[in-house]
Write a new protein. Structure first.
Length: 487
């Protein structure tokens, strides 16, 4: 499927009011054909011979940007002269170089400029052939030839005065506008430089940048509205997820499944998404189906919880739309610049991103962080309060001097095994010096409030473990007093 058709298919997935912010790839593609036509007409107007400058001379690339403009690395094409012994040197013995530069003026407007540079070398006089004369001293007619006419470089670039426009700040960029022609003599070499601005090329970049700027403005307004919606949802969600309400446990399970679904894959501590919009859509759809399959929405007692769940779904769907819009515009920009370079041989792919770039990760990263921090983070998850040693809830939490938290049971067992250093950071003597004063009372009350079920299970496990230890001690003591029996 061609890229233009792919863009149209993907655009149908976006809401109707988002359509104006999609880069119109097909319209820009039509403009490239106009650039090619104007480029051909301009070179025809300059009377540039194809033997003097080939198409390869237009293949330019940029290395770096200096003073707001990209410096160009040019590829020169030079017609090598024949040896004097093999024949005359052509008048088209010129070295041609074309530079394509994208500049940005003080107002931030991007301007593409073409600079044609030609160097003309003198023509070597032809070697007169040896002619056998007639008896009367005249040459035979079949040996006579007219002297070759040699066009000069001035004849190659002959323009009507109306086509030459002096470079001024008020000069509009009209089609094929030859802004300046400079000619200088360096010994026997004539150097000519022609600066050209193509109206169609200017219009192409103006239109592309206009699309990008409109999209950025939309993203800015959307981000503000999105954050407002998240804050509103967070306030309502705080009310229904009180630990004293029935729906608290349901919401905690929903958010746990949401985290496990890993809808937007990202590295630990970094919310930059590593998967595409379509992958995120598939994972989110699987998450919602799993929620419905478990029947969690039907377990809500508060009608507001059902409405908030729908709002939560909507925020995630809009996040997928934004990610898709950014991916489409980034791909369209990259493809259309590549098409521009291929058809016109004016290389802009390394220059244009220096001035205008589309970032597909920063905004979505911020939105994902907002969801996780302001919504999912409202309901505490048990995984954030586990003891690193037993991987169970850190009941009666002891905060060591290195600030790591363990359950008191694990600290006692570690001390019995003479493990005096912190198991996490190896802080020397952290376990040995831990005591009653290290109990984190605030965390203890927090765990009792939000995880009463898990604490009861942990207390039961501790009691069973203590009972088994006591039984083992009693059994061992009884075994020592029994007589030895040899079978």
């Amino acid at each position: 499927m061609k890229f233009g058709k792919t863009i149209e298919t993907s655009a149908k997935e976006l809401p109707e009011d988002w359509q104006p912010y999609i880069i119109q790839y097909k319209l820009l593609k039509k403009n490239i054909k106009r650039i090619v036509n104007e480029l051909d007409d301009t070179f025809r107007l300059l009377n540039l011979d194809a033997s003097a400058i080939s198409d390869d001379a237009i293949l330019l690339d940029s290395e770096s940007v200096h003073s707001g403009a990209a410096s160009i690395m040019s590829q020169e094409t030079t017609d090598q002269a024949d040896s004097a012994l093999s024949g005359p040197v052509s008048a088209a013995d010129t070295a041609g170089k074309i530079e394509y530069l994208i500049e940005k003026d003080e107002d931030g407007v991007v301007h593409p400029v073409i600079t044609v540079k030609l160097r003309s070398h003198p023509v070597s006089p032809p070697i007169d052939p040896i002619v056998e004369l007639n008896d009367d001293g005249s040459a035979p007619l079949d040996e006579l030839s007219l002297p070759p006419t040699t066009p000069t470089l001035a004849q190659q670039i002959s323009l009507p005065e109306a086509a030459i426009v002096p470079p001024t700040s008020n000069t509009p960029h009209v089609a094929g506008n030859v802004v300046q022609i400079e000619t200088k003599q360096d010994g026997n070499v004539t150097e000519t430089q022609v600066t050209v601005r193509l109206q169609t090329d200017q219009a192409f970049f103006d239109q592309l940048i206009d699309y990008i700027e409109r999209t950025r403005a939309f993203e800015k307004d959307y981000t503000h509205q999105y954050n407002t919606n998240v804050q509103t949802l967070g306030v309502d969600l705080t009310a229904v997820t009180s630990p004293f309400k029935h729906d608290f446990e349901i919401w905690r399970e929903i958010f746990r499944l949401y985290m496990d679904a890993d809808i937007w894959s990202h590295t630990e501590g970094d919310f930059r998404p590593t998967n595409s919009a379509h992958e995120g859509q598939e994972r989110f759809t699987a998450f919602t189906r799993h929620i419905e399959k478990l029947g969690l929405p039907r377990k809500f007692r508060d009608k507001l919880s059902g409405k908030l769940l729908v709002s939560f779904y909507k925020l995630n769907t809009e996040l997928i739309y934004m990610k898709l819009l950014q991916e489409m515009n980034e791909a369209a920009t990259r493809k259309i610049i590549k098409k521009h370079d291929k058809r016109t041989h004016l290389v802009a792919k390394t220059q244009f991103p220096q001035f205008v770039a589309i970032d597909t990760t920063t905004l979505t990263k911020a939105l994902i962080f907002t969801i996780h921090n302001d919504l999912v983070g409202i309901v505490p998850q048990i995984d954030d309060y586990l003891c690193p040693m037993c991987l169970n809830v850190a009941w009666r939490p002891l905060r060591l001097e290195c600030n790591h938290v363990f359950c008191s049971r694990c600290v006692v067992k570690a001390s019995r095994r003479r493990m005096f250093n912190c198991p996490v950071c190896r802080a020397k003597g952290a376990i040995y010096r831990a005591g009653v004063d290290n109990v984190d009372q605030a965390l203890l009350n927090f765990l009792k409030l939000y995880f009463p079920k898990e604490i009861k299970e942990k207390q039961a496990d501790i009691q069973q473990e203590i009972s088994e230890e006591e039984v083992g001690i009693i059994t061992a003591a009884q075994s020592r007093h029994k007589p030895c029996i040899i079978m």
